[in-house]
Write a protein that binds this ligand. Structure first.
Ligand code: SME
Length: 165
């Protein structure tokens, strides 16, 4: 029996194919809520072992909950708070292998064990984050970082988000 030596995880759709699906999904639509909703749904439905995927949008000094898939989540996160607020403030992707070991982690779903947060960047400006949780510790690997960063870029390039601020 063949074994994937690079990862113990089985993804039903590979990263490149998923990015292309995301591109096709938002093609011809520039509404930020519609695109965020469909991209969150695509990731949640296609990627293995996720219990939450969604967007937060920066309004003033807070990230406010946007379209997502998963259990209900906290609606407002201050900049620098939790994994989301930290990723937004530092304008960089954070991969957290064990959320229990991340000081200030905000537990919206107690089932979450690991997390990835990608800032939504437009030039030097941050205007939100794309966040995903897994119930499996140490779940997110390099292919996930590449995937979530690519989806975040697609969303930024393909959506009129500023009009909705
Ligand atoms: N865990 C996040 C909060 C958002 S939920 O995971 C949906 C954080 O620490 O910022």
């Amino acid at each position: 029996m063949f074994r994937n030596m690079q990862s113990s995880r089985q993804h039903s759709v590979d990263t490149a194919a998923l990015v292309e699906q995301g591109r096709a999904l938002i093609d011809g639509e520039r509404d930020a809520v519609a695109n965020a909703a469909n991209l969150a749904a695509l990731l949640y439905a296609s990627r293995a072992a996720l219990n939450w995927v969604g967007f937060y949008f920066l309004k003033g000094d807070e990230l406010v909950l946007g379209p997502f898939q998963g259990k209900p989540a906290c609606t407002r996160i201050a900049l620098n708070s939790g994994v989301c607020g930290r990723a937004a403030a530092e304008r960089r992707t954070l991969v957290v292998p064990n959320v229990c070991a991340f000081p200030g982690h905000i537990a919206c779903d107690p089932a979450s064990r690991s997390e990835i947060v990608v800032p939504l960047l437009d030039g030097g400006d941050v205007f939100g984050v794309l966040d995903a949780d897994s119930p499996i510790e140490n779940h997110f690997e390099e292919d996930d970082r590449l995937l979530f960063e690519a989806i975040a870029r697609l969303f930024v390039a393909g959506s009129d988000f500023r009009a909705g601020r």
